[in-house]
Each structure stands twice: as structure tokens, then as C-alpha cells.
Design a protein around this ligand. Structure first.
Ligand code: CP
Length: 312
């Protein structure tokens, strides 16, 4: 397929063919195809994995990378989000990687920019490159998606990872079960085309993949669980309840982990865990997305340039 999109704002927006194209692109050996391109990283929320892997990915492809220090920027003087991006674009930035606490903030802004925009996590909405690296890791282990039972366990309510995973996994043909306490599963989840379970033991039966989510205590405005100990007892993945899944069940976690709360160290560091593979695959997936968004635009710009010259 020929890649046409300028931006990657979410998995809900893209087709199965586009997801498969990104996964195929991630297998390519990195070459410096983005020399002369400029990438800016704007993280309004903390990050280790996503920020660093975008930084490494862009540099491996030859782009220059600027990490914009939000706390020292004119955002603190009240400059709007759009004005901030337009200011940086005027300096020659070709692509923005943005993490922001507000769900959906990028959708009205991206069409107002010539530069590409990648959503690196917006509120509890989407985290498309996390989902893509999850899919890539599943594909490496299972070789397919169709018919797989994927259980997403934990704080679904606050999770952008869960939403991006659900849209993509359903499009790829997997069966998805969401499991967590009723207070942490959004009411509308039953309309997403997934199974919803409040009982972890039942949900894990026959699972091919378990994606364990972080309990996002920083996003809980009120107490939604009785205690961490109770949550760990009812919804924590440990060696005992993992044995209810298929013997070759793969364990994923987007990180960072609350060890001993949503996942035991025995499972996180065990033979079924692919958590560090996910981190490694994050660089490959982010290189793939950067390459597709920036090099396809270069080709389009070149062909537009050739057309202009031919007409002149
Ligand atoms: N999974 C993830 O987004 O991790 P970071 O917050 O460290 O980027």
C-alpha cells in the first residue's frame, strides 16, 4: 500500500491494512532516510519509554531531535498549545511527537499544521504507538491475531493503552476480554465489541495473551478501590492465576509497573513475560511510524515539485 497519512493520532482512525503496513515496516533495517528532517518531542506528562524510544528512533533514521522542555517553555506564560506548535513549525520542525493530559487535544490542531503529528498518549484516550508495539510483540510470538483471546486486566477506565489496544485488536481479528473492578471499567465498555468480566480467574481461562495495565493512582480523583492490598488480591496477576491461562500465554505490560500490585515480580520477570521485548520493539515501531509519515511526505513533496517544474 502507499502510505498517505500526515499524522498518527489514534488506532481508532486507521484501517487494518494500515496497521499491518506499520507492522511490516517495523521489520526493516534502519537506514538514515530522515537526514535533513527535524523532530520535536513535546511531553506535557512524564515518560521514560515513549520519550526515549522516539528520541532514539528519530536519531537512528538520521533526523535531528529537539526535546522541548515544557516546564521552562512559554507554555508557562500562557501561550496556547496551537501557538506553541505553530511557533516551532516556523523554526522548521517537520514532525511533532506529543504527549498531553487532555484527551483528543491533537485532533483539532493537527489539520492546522503542515508538520506531521504523532500522538504519544492523550489523557485516557489513545496511545497508538504503544498499541502498535504490543501488536508487533504479539505477532512475533503468536504469528497471527485471528482467534486469539487477549485479556486486558486492570485500570481500564484511565487507560489510553486499553482503548488503542481494543480498537486495533478487534480490527485484526482477536477476541478481547476486559477485566477489572466495576469502578475501573467504563460503563460504555460493553458496547465496544468486547467481553467484560469482573472476575480475573474466569477471565484468564483459555487466554493466549494477557496485557496487564498499570493502576493509575495519579488519575484517580476519588478512591475507586478499597485498598492496594485488596486490588492486588483480586486483580493482581501472579503465578497461581496465570496458570489458568493457556500454558504458552504471553504476558505484556506497557510499563511502568507497580510490582506487587497489578503484577507479581515472579510473573513480570518470568519466562512468559515479554515486557522488555515490548520496550525493545517500541524503538522499531516508532522508527516505522516516523519513516512512513516523513518519507512518504518527502516523496509527495518531491513529486509535487517535479510537477510544478514540468508545468513551468
Ligand atoms: N508505556 C509508556 O507509555 O511508558 P512511558 O510513560 O514511560 O512512556
Amino acid at each position: 500500500m502507499i502510505w498517505k497519512r500526515k499524522d498518527l493520532l489514534g488506532i481508532e482512525d486507521i484501517t487494518q491494512e494500515e496497521i499491518e503496513h506499520i507492522l511490516a515496516e517495523a521489520q526493516k533495517t534502519p537506514e538514515p532516510v530522515l537526514v535533513g528532517k527535524s523532530v520535536a518531542l513535546l511531553f506535557f506528562e512524564p515518560s521514560t519509554r515513549t520519550h526515549t524510544s522516539f528520541d532514539l528512533a528519530a536519531k537512528r533514521l538520521g533526523a535531528t531531535v529537539t526535546g522541548v522542555p515544557i516546564a521552562q517553555s512559554s507554555v508557562q506564560k500562557g501561550e496556547s498549545f496551537l501557538d506553541t506548535l505553530k511557533t516551532l513549525e516556523a523554526m522548521g520542525v517537520n514532525l511533532f511527537v506529543v504527549r498531553h493530559g487532555e484527551s483528543g487535544i491533537l485532533h483539532p490542531v493537527a489539520p492546522q499544521l503542515q508538520a506531521s503529528v504523532i500522538n504519544a498518549g492523550d489523557g485516557a484516550h489513545e496511545h497508538p504507538t504503544q498499541a502498535l508495539l504490543d501488536f508487533y510483540t504479539i505477532l512475533q510470538h503468536k504469528g497471527k491475531f485471528k482467534g486469539l483471546k487477549v485479556v486486558i486486566v486492570g485500570d481500564i477506565l484511565h487507560s489510553r493503552v486499553a482503548r488503542s489496544n481494543v480498537w486495533g485488536l478487534l480490527r485484526l481479528g482477536a477476541q478481547v476480554t476486559l477485566c477489572g473492578p466495576a469502578t475501573l471499567v467504563p460503563k460504555e465498555a460493553s458496547e465496544w465489541g468486547v467481553e467484560v468480566s469482573y472476575n480475573l480467574e474466569k477471565a484468564l481461562q483459555g487466554a493466549d495473551v494477557i496485557n496487564v495495565l498499570r493502576l493509575q493512582l495519579e488519575r484517580q480523583k476519588e478512591s475507586l478501590i478499597p485498598s492496594l492490598a485488596e486490588y492486588a488480591k483480586l486483580y493482581g496477576l501472579d503465578a497461581q492465576n496465570l496458570s489458568l491461562a493457556k500454558p504458552d500465554c504471553l504476558v505484556l505490560h506497557p510499563g511502568p509497573m507497580n510490582r506487587g500490585v497489578e503484577i507479581s515480580s515472579e510473573v513480570a520477570d518470568g519466562s512468559q513475560s515479554a515486557i522488555l521485548e515490548q520496550v525493545k520493539n517500541g524503538v522499531a515501531i516508532r522508527m516505522a511510524v516516523l519513516r512512513l509519515l516523513l518519507s512518504s511526505r518527502s516523496k509527495n513533496e518531491e513529486s509535487r515539485g517535479r510537477l510544478k517544474k514540468a508545468k513551468a
